[in-house]
Ligand binder design. Structure first.
Ligand code: H79
Length: 679
């Protein structure tokens, strides 16, 4: 192509920077497919922090956060650059270990919070090219990944404890002045480095952002960055930490917030899946992400395999972490575990890759994953608890069994599978082939027809005059029958057609029927009729709310009654910007809320750290304790008019924020507006 044509094309691309946050379902599915099929990836946390290996001045509870947790001055930390020389690093070996473990992608820290880059960056000297090692680690690793068919992905921290223009600072930091800091320049730096990562290393599978929770980052910047990255590699997948909608360590995106492409539960597996939502649990093999030489608390291979299966059965991905040493080696314990997982995967990976979530609400024998076979369906029964009597009972399914066998049985000996009412019973050997998890394959006729109870749907479970309750089910060709007197629905109970209207306290019980026979378990929910709290009369209400500001170091809300406020006055709203300092403070807001209608109201506080909300004298939201932005909710029935409202809040250190919101059948969830607050 001629230079001028290239130039024109580039201009064209840049003026047409697309908005990638809207795409069709088909486009999204196509982009996400490899990742959904993969189910299993390797996380690598590696950087300068592998040199101290978790230890600083005698304390041993550090890792990749050591710069902050040991409060290391910048010039001390910078000395690690001269020591970083992982001569035993061999990209091919790392990639082969991941591949042999059954992993399909690797996410490595291009830059962690400390700001150090494992790649050759033109925009900083704080990178691997300034170390004695002087080899672009990401280049070697991405080449090896491309060679072995593993997707290479980068973890890139937004928070940066090194760059002079990043804001805010650690509270104890003294050697990086804020005076000349310009966050916009930092944004340029961030984008410049991302452009390097997205142009110099071939196709990148995922960009995994983190460190998004400080108050300089915003939803707007997140959406901009998402588009910036997709513009450079349109098919890339980006985690939800690019925006600010993550709900704490649970990691799923809060409703209404921008959530990138997938949720990121950290160090935990959600109790259930989230139909229609992509997510990935990232979990360490021992306790720390970065290498900590004293941390020998490794999960067993059995635990890790069962975690992988548990996650897959809920429709998620498993990103399992290894923290390599400063020599460039995986810890031996990690190598051993990857090997054991690989041994299991070699025989059983078909039950992981490309599977869908379990159709069963719960299974006592273990977990289930699923694949469509066109007309029929294949269930993979991951048996954790092998049956004593040679009979594996799968309760709660109405399909005809087609065939069954043990996945790791090379001869594929067929197992007899028979029906017994709503169960399928499979004759199995008396001993499992694998103690950790023996997978029994069960093919069934048609789409799965499981007896999960119908779902009773309601926004709140209390009401004043009446309430309308919906019931839904995934089961095909059924009618739902229900009762409101606590009894089990029978073939003679009312058929559910429209929403159930209740005007008295009642328990709704629902069950599916087909051809006059019950074909599901029973679901139940209690709805309580309540008397709403009476409003009060106030003379001359004025807009605004009283505030009382306190200072102190607390781990939970103090008894403000026993403390003297540093200052007090009137605020427009629950406004914590009226503070004198950014850490170690608390607020109490007192006033009245004008309630527009008799109704049930859901109040929530979203706060970092703890908060509580009282309406009248009732504690409605208890969201106390030390935590990042975290939401607490409560419900209360109120009559129209004025009610006392009091919010309490405290902040220890780090980020701080308080949002108080209201929602009802007539009010969309929103922060309580100024015009509802009075003093
Ligand atoms: O890279 C690893 C860790 O170093 C990093 N994430 C994994 C993948 C990590 N950074 N911070 N933490 C883990 C814990 C931090 C938690 C908190 Fe928060 C930050 C509490 C309050 C601010 C997360 C964000 C929970 C609430 C908001």
């Amino acid at each position: 192509m001629k230079k001028s044509v290239i130039f024109l094309l580039l201009t064209f691309i840049s003026i047409n920077a697309q908005n990638f946050t809207h795409e069709t379902k088909e486009e999204r599915n196509a982009r996400m497919q490899w990742w959904r099929d993969a189910r299993f990836g390797l996380f690598i946390h590696w950087g300068l922090y592998s040199i101290p290996a978790g230890e600083w001045n005698g304390s041993t509870n550090h890792a990749e956060w050591i710069r902050t947790t040991a409060q290391i001055p910048l010039k001390e930390y910078d000395k690690l650059v001269d020591q970083f020389n992982p001569v035993k690093f061999n990209a091919d070996e790392w990639v082969k270990m991941a591949k042999d473990a059954g992993m399909k992608y690797i996410v490595i820290t291009s830059k962690h919070h400390d700001g150090f880059g494992l790649f050759d960056s033109k925009f900083t000297d704080f990178d691997v090219m300034s170390t004695p090692f002087k080899r672009d680690i990401l280049k070697e690793l991405s080449d090896a990944c491309h060679k072995y068919g593993i997707k290479i992905c980068f973890y890139h921290s937004i928070m940066d404890w090194h760059h002079p223009d990043y804001l805010p600072r650690r509270e104890w930091e003294t050697d990086r002045h804020v005076d000349q800091a310009d966050f916009n320049r930092f944004l340029e730096y961030l984008k410049n480095q991302l452009k390097e990562l997205l142009t110099n290393y071939g196709e990148i599978g995922v960009l995994w952002f983190d460190g998004e929770w400080e108050d300089t980052w915003s939803s707007k910047l997140g959406i901009e960055l998402y588009n910036y990255v997709r513009n450079l590699q349109p098919n890339i997948i980006i985690n939800n930490r690019v925006g600010v909608g993550r709900s704490g360590m649970e990691g799923l995106t809060k409703e209404g917030e921008f959530g990138g492409d997938f949720g990121t539960p950290e160090q935990q597996i959600p109790p259930t899946g989230f139909p229609g939502v992509d997510w990935e649990s990232c979990i360490t093999m021992n306790n720390y992400w970065g290498y900590n030489k004293n941390d020998k608390d490794f999960k067993s291979a059995k635990e890790l395999i069962r975690m992988l299966v548990d996650i897959a059965s809920k429709g998620g991905n498993f990103l399992l972490n290894v923290g390599p040493t400063s020599e460039g080696l995986f810890p031996q314990e990690s190598i051993n575990r990857l090997k054991e997982i690989g041994d299991w995967m070699k025989l059983n990976s078909e039950s992981i890759y490309g599977t869908l979530a379990s159709p069963f609400a719960n299974l006592s024998c273990g977990r289930c994953t699923k694949k469509s076979l066109g007309n029929n369906t294949r269930l993979y029964l991951h048996v954790f608890n092998w049956p004593q009597e040679g009979k594996l009972v799968l309760p709660g399914i109405l399909n005809k069994p087609v065939k069954a066998y043990i996945l790791s049985d090379k001869r594929r000996n067929l197992l007899a599978a028979t029906r017994n009412e709503d169960a399928i019973i499979i004759n199995v050997p008396s001993k499992p082939l694998n103690e950790i998890n023996t997978v029994v394959v069960l093919d069934i006729e048609g789409k799965e027809d499981v007896t999960n109870p119908p779902t009773i749907v309601y926004p709140v479970n209390i009401f004043i005059d009446k309430i309308f309750v919906s019931v839904i089910t995934d089961q095909q060709n059924v009618e739902i029958r229900f009762t409101t007197d606590g009894s089990i629905p029978t073939v003679n109970s009312m058929i559910y057609k429209n929403k159930i209207e209740l005007d008295n306290t009642a328990t709704v019980s629902a069950r599916s029927f087909r051809n006059g026979k019950p074909v599901s378990d029973v679901s139940r929910a209690l709805f309580t009729k309540v008397i709403p709290e009476k409003s009060m009369n106030i003379n001359n209400p004025l807009n605004g709310i009283k505030y009382f500001y306190y200072e102190g170091k607390w781990e939970m809300l103090p008894d403000f009654n026993s403390l003297v406020p540093v200052k007090e006055g009137t605020a427009q709203n629950f406004d914590i910007s009226l503070r004198n300092q950014n850490d170690y403070f608390g607020f109490r807001f007192k006033g009245y809320i004008m309630i527009p209608d008799d109704d049930v109201y859901t109040f929530s506080t979203d706060s970092d750290d703890g908060s509580k909300l009282f309406i009248g004298d009732k504690l409605v939201v208890d969201n106390d304790g030390l935590h990042g932005m975290q939401e607490g909710k409560g419900i209360i029935a109120l009559t129209k008019g004025f009610h006392k409202i009091e919010a309490q809040y405290f902040e220890r250190s780090g980020g701080n924020d308080l949002k108080v919101s209201i929602e009802s059948s007539k009010i969309k969830k929103q922060n309580i507006p100024d015009n509802m607050l009075f003093q």
